[in-house]
Write a protein that binds this ligand. Structure first.
Ligand SMILES: [Ca+2]
Length: 400
């Protein structure tokens, strides 16, 4: 394996220089696009760090068909989605599964489609409302849809008062890249992350404010548009849009300061960590650090005026899905760190942040040789993962 060269921008302070050369990065393959250089020191291949706490991996349950998301109920049971089947299960802390929750509308489960994220509503304690995302079969194709309903518990759990609160538009025919993560902010607004379908007509729309594709949108829990959204009352612009120029976001979470972090599945060599801010353009497909899967170029440049730089990028890619920003008591050394599921990279990726920049990277659980789809912090501070397999597992990570 070739040792990656360390690239330094022309103007760099002594501290940044020291941070860049003091330690080797995580061992990965050579870059796919070596001619693209980082915009600042530490934007890629950060210094490798190592968790000191030995990890215990416990299998809580298995037999899920490509599970996608976990949400914890207040009593420590979990909601677990199964992507292609569209099934939602309630799983006890010791791994017993309910029958599939009845009343979930049918999904288009082909390709990357199906039932994706699930979250409890901000008023769950009184309303019992849950929210979920799925590829909705529609006239003329499909699209990501957000639904909510009351979860009625019991031997045969079910959904009542089903409501569709958001439809990604336009409808297109694609089985790929709809994004789909849901994040509630403390003010109860809901961020929904949306991909660009991984087809050329969709790719162009990532820069088109008349389309939801390749956007982060922000809605109220009932699907209405918050009045303080950045693009309300602009002719031809979809008012739900919060940020744009994204490719396919599969990881999203708020940090302790309520900043929204997302990880985007890039093209070959172009996975990105972005700090999402209102009305900002994250550049896709104009700028980026990757290339087509065929090896053809996509971008003439990695930078452009008015377009945001990723906080960090990976070349070769990690193929991200799932993100937790750790805040629990079991792993004090992880507090404030980003823990990202790695699909193709078959790892749990840990990033250490300082002042919104990445200063350390680690690949954990590589011995499992599993595609990690979901990463959630449980109520006691344990980490819960889902593996992306036809016999998908629910794993619990604690100190050994
Ligand atoms: Ca970008």
């Amino acid at each position: 394996m070739r040792v990656p060269s360390v690239t330094l921008p022309l103007l760099v302070g002594a501290t940044a220089l020291a941070a860049c050369v003091s330690g080797a990065p995580v061992e990965t393959g050579p870059p796919n696009v070596p001619e693209f250089k980082p915009a600042f020191a530490g934007q890629t291949r950060a210094e490798a760090v190592a968790t000191r706490t030995p990890l215990q991996v416990t299998e809580i349950a298995s037999g899920f068909d490509r599970p996608w998301a976990i949400a914890f109920l207040p009593d420590r049971r979990m909601l677990v989605t199964e992507k292609p089947t569209g099934h939602l299960f309630i799983v006890t802390a010791d791994g017993r599964k309910s029958p599939p929750v009845a009343g979930i509308p049918p999904v288009d489960g082909r390709g990357q489609g199906g039932l994706l994220d699930v979250e409890l509503g901000p008023d769950f304690a009184t309303s019992r409302r849950i929210y979920w995302t799925y590829y909705e079969p529609r006239e003329g194709g499909n699209g990501l849809t957000v639904a909510r309903g009351r979860l009625i518990d019991g031997a045969q759990p079910r959904i009542e008062n089903l409501q569709i609160i958001f439809r990604m538009l336009p409808t297109m025919e694609s089985t790929q890249h709809c994004g789909g993560r849901l994040v509630f902010a403390p003010d109860t607004t809901l961020f929904v992350v949306l991909g660009e379908r991984s087809i050329m007509p969709g790719r162009k729309q990532a820069q088109d404010l008349g389309s939801h594709l390749g956007k982060v949108v922000r809605i109220n829990p009932d699907g209405s548009v918050p009045r303080d959204n950045p693009f309300v009352n602009r002719p031809g612009v979809r008012p739900e849009i919060w940020s744009y120029g994204h490719r396919n976001i599969l990881s999203a979470a708020l940090d302790a300061r309520n900043q929204l972090w997302v990880v985007e599945m890039g093209p070959r060599g172009g996975d990105e960590l972005n700090l999402v801010q209102r009305a900002k353009d994250y550049g896709w497909p104009t700028i980026g650090y990757g290339e087509e899967y065929s090896g053809r170029p996509i971008h003439r440049s990695t930078q452009a005026p008015g377009m945001e730089q990723p906080a960090y990028y990976w070349d070769p890619v990690i193929a991200p899905s799932g993100l937790t920003i750790y805040s629990g008591p079991l792993f004090p050394e992880w507090r404030g760190n980003l823990l990202i599921g790695g699909l193709a990279s078959q790892a749990l990726i840990r990033l250490v942040l300082r002042n919104n920049r990445v200063v350390g990277e680690e690949r954990l659980l590589t011995h499992l040789h599993s595609r990690i789809r979901e990463v959630v912090q449980g109520p006691e501070g344990a980490l819960y993962l889902l593996t992306d397999e036809s016999n998908g597992k629910l794993l619990k990570i604690t100190p050994r």
